[in-house]
Design a protein around this ligand. Structure first.
Ligand code: GLU
Length: 300
């Protein structure tokens, strides 16, 4: 096993304060990079022997992300006893990398502009009663796109762009899959998984409000930063189907994956960011020590 040489990352979105679930996820990633770190009661991460541990700030969403949360996240992680490589990559500063990836996909003829609003999509799905295969098909990111703009002529798409209409870029997922053939990836718990990008339909790769998407930027960054083991919660398991397809289309290396189970509160419900009681800030203000908080999430 190459596990003690892994390069891992913790990649929070600065839309709020870190909670216990994040603490677990960050410690999990750091420990996979430097297994001896915690046991030796040293800082976990770069100083410990082993691999590399990266923290990446996923702040492509300009409306929801705030710089003060970025600062708070880094402060909380340091308080928790983590140490990571510098400089920290902030996705908002690397839009050109995502543009370059989009250009490569565009050159393959497998993306198209989509001008639809949510309402347009909902209306189309509703009125497609006669075509039940289009109705109520949900993907991991929401309803499967019914293909409205995929049917636009090139002229019409160009006309709308010139007129200044906002558009997203979607992947022709079926054509992309035909190009790559069957793909697999390996998860430490689930084993070898056959990628099913079709679950997403024509997924958005660049949003109307920001010229990239979670799926595109995370795939590009994991490759650019040399991440060899992607650790993240089970809630993002399905996303890997699309990431694997993007890796194949963009000729990127394929990391190993470890999707871990999510921490739950006493009622068994998932710890949400809005659950104020469980933020690292509030625990710290209540006098808990980093060691106590680590123990609360199973890293004694
Ligand atoms: N930024 C994502 C989040 O905060 C996690 C991305 C990932 O680990 O792939 O949910």
């Amino acid at each position: 096993m190459t596990i003690d040489k892994a390069t891992t990352r913790f990649a929070p979105s600065p839309t709020g304060y870190l909670h216990l679930g994040h603490a677990f996820s960050a410690l999990f990633a750091a420990q996979k990079a430097s297994p001896g770190g915690l046991a030796a009661n040293k800082k976990v991460g770069r100083e410990a022997p082993g691999g590399r541990f990266i923290v990446r700030i996923e702040d492509i969403d300009r409306t929801r992300c705030r710089p003060e949360f970025t600062a708070a996240i880094l402060e909380d992680l340091a308080w928790l006893g983590l140490e990571w490589e510098q400089p920290v990559r902030r996705q908002s500063e690397h839009m050109n990398d995502y543009q370059a990836a989009l250009a490569r996909l565009e050159a393959q003829g497998i993306i198209y502009p989509c001008f639809c609003t949510r309402a347009d999509i909902a209306r189309e799905i509703e009125s497609a009663g006669a075509a039940p295969h289009l109705t109520q098909r949900m993907g991991p990111d929401g309803p499967i796109y019914p293909g409205i703009c995929r049917r636009l002529s090139l002229d019409e798409a160009a006309r709308r762009k010139t007129a200044g209409a906002a558009f997203a870029l979607r992947l022709k997922t079926d054509e992309a899959m035909a190009r790559t053939g069957t793909l697999t990836w390996t998860d430490a718990e689930a084993g070898v998984v056959t990628a099913q990008p079709e679950l997403f339909g024509d997924v958005v790769l660049a949003r109307k409000d920001t010229p990239t998407s979670y799926h595109l930027s995370v795939t590009v960054d994991d490759a650019l930063q040399g991440v060899t083991l992607v650790t993240r919660g089970q809630d993002l398991f399905a996303a890997t189907h699309i990431h694997r397809l993007l890796q194949a289309l963009l000729d990127l290396p394929v990391p190993a994956y470890h999707h871990h189970s999510l921490l739950t509160g006493e009622d068994g419900a998932r710890l949400a960011k809005r659950d104020k009681a469980a933020t690292l800030r509030s625990l710290r203000e209540a006098g808990r020590t980093p060691a106590e908080v680590r123990a609360m999430v199973g890293f004694a």
